[in-house]
Ligand binder design. Structure first.
Ligand SMILES: Cc1cc2nc3c(=O)[nH]c(=O)nc-3n(C[C@H](O)[C@H](O)[C@H](O)COP(=O)(O)OP(=O)(O)OC[C@H]3O[C@@H](n4cnc5c(N)ncnc54)[C@H](O)[C@@H]3O)c2cc1C
Length: 403
């Protein structure tokens, strides 16, 4: 198989989420044309927040959207971990000049819609990217000369490669990996975005704050130039089936947090229009490739959100696929294998550690929580920086798991 640079058909990308659009613009910057096929009638993202480690900024710069992303981010001062039972601070990780010097970039929070909009604008402005909505990829065929994406209405579209960036419930993955439905974690997350004036005044911190309690946790941080606060609260209630974005009553959200300190509980009271997700992830796998078809983002490595890295990993994937197809050259099968080699171990580590963090840091109670507090309080900022250096220090192109 030859590489794609000289071929007439576009690279097909199933899914116009953050991962799919990031891949499209990364490929376009290397002179490679793509056609993004999005199932929804409109390209967009839900109105919640997202945290971005410095590795996201390494990816933004590589993808040519660094200035646009930096302009809309909120730069927080700390990652703050609180004990939701006694209301005391456990630890805080400063995100100051020392952090930025160590990782060459900041830590920030951003509105998902705004971040998606940065990629969308870059794609719309680039002549090598085409975007189609109402285009659900349900299957594909391939032969020596190319791949065909098959849409729900039966239309067949020819391409050189098909990138499955179609998220947690990926149709493309069904054929590439065939490992059934995602694992239902039993953790239920409720999300709300509120005006800053509705946030309790004593908690309007310029931090990504996490209140950790037995089988539950609460996260909040400012968004959109401090006009909004993002609230994400999670309850390990053994929910049996997956859900996404279901509107729920205030009463239901309260139930999971009756045992936490009033200072943390007041956050629940301030939320509005709560929506419910039952979280899913998967075990890491080693087969992201089927001939000319390859997976990216949540389709390849869906993870719990506890490391706040799912979108960051999708953007790093976009960097890696652009790099191998646009710069390394060589036969296509070798380029795709190289992409997987660059990404698989690193994303597997984030997938598995995201689960671990939930169990050992965010949700313990009793003696387990006391041990967590003691261990975490014993660490200096430099200790923390060492712990996350494999993640934040890497551009995702180093391949393995160390910085
Ligand atoms: C509560 C919560 C908090 C999170 N917080 C963070 C955070 O702070 N930081 C972070 O980095 N990550 C976070 N994440 C993870 C992050 O949201 C995801 O990892 C990221 O959105 C994955 O991007 P993606 O493009 O791979 O998939 P998606 O965002 O799922 O996009 C897939 C796109 O494909 C479309 N689609 C689906 N199927 C098809 C098909 N068959 N054909 C065509 N189109 C299709 C969908 O409509 C969608 O537009 C969080 C996740 C959750 C649930």
């Amino acid at each position: 198989m030859s590489n794609v640079a000289n071929e007439a058909d576009p690279i097909l990308i199933a899914g116009g989420g953050i991962g799919g659009l990031a891949a499209a613009i990364g490929l376009a910057n290397k002179g490679l044309k793509s056609l993004v096929l999005e199932r929804a009638p409109k390209l967009g993202e839900i109105g919640a927040g997202i945290q971005l480690g410095p590795n996201a900024f390494h990816a933004f710069d590589y993808l040519g959207v660094g200035d646009a992303a930096r302009a809309i981010a909120v730069y927080i001062d700390n990652l703050r971990l609180m004990d939701a039972i006694d209301g005391q601070e456990i630890t805080r990780i400063p995100l100051d000049d020392a952090f930025r010097a160590r990782f060459r970039n900041p830590y920030a929070v951003i509105h998902r819609g705004d971040l998606h909009g940065v990629f969308l604008k870059a794609c719309e402005d680039h002549p090598l990217v085409s975007l189609r909505t109402n285009a659900e990829v349900v299957d594909y065929d391939q032969d020596e000369n190319g791949v065909t994406a098959i849409l729900k209405d039966g239309e067949r579209l020819k391409g050189t490669i098909l990138i499955g960036a179609d998220g947690l419930w990926s149709n493309v993955r069904k054929k590439v990996v065939g490992d059934g439905a995602p694992r239902v974690s039993g953790h239920t997350t409720y999300r709300s975005v509120i005006p800053t004036e509705d946030m309790p005044e004593d908690l309007r911190w310029n931090a990504a704050t996490l209140w950790a309690g037995p089988k539950c946790h609460i996260v909040h941080y400012p968004l959109r130039g401090w006009k909004l606060f993002n609230l994400v609260v999670t309850y390990h209630n053994h929910a049996p089936s997956p859900e996404a974005g279901v509107p729920v009553s205030h009463e239901e959200v309260r139930k999971g947090f009756e045992h936490v300190a009033p200072v943390a509980r007041q956050i629940i009271e301030r939320g509005q229009d709560w929506k419910r997700w039952v979280l899913c992830d998967r075990d890491p796998v080693e087969n992201w490739i089927d001939g000319r078809v390859v997976l990216l983002g949540d389709a390849a490595h869906p993870m719990m959100q506890y490391f706040a890295q799912g979108a960051c990993m999708a953007m790093e994937d976009a960097v890696a696929i652009s790099h191998v197809l646009g710069e390394e050259g060589g036969p296509l099968d070798e380029a795709l294998a190289r992409y997987q080699e660059l990404r698989a171990l690193r994303t597997a580590r984030v997938q598995l550690q995201s689960r671990e963090i939930g169990q050992h840091v965010y949700h313990p109670g009793g003696a387990h929580a006391a041990l967590r507090n003691a261990v975490m309080r014993s660490k200096s900022p430099d200790d923390w920086y060492d712990i996350v250096s494999w993640l934040y220090g890497s551009t995702g192109l180093e391949g393995a798991v160390s910085a």
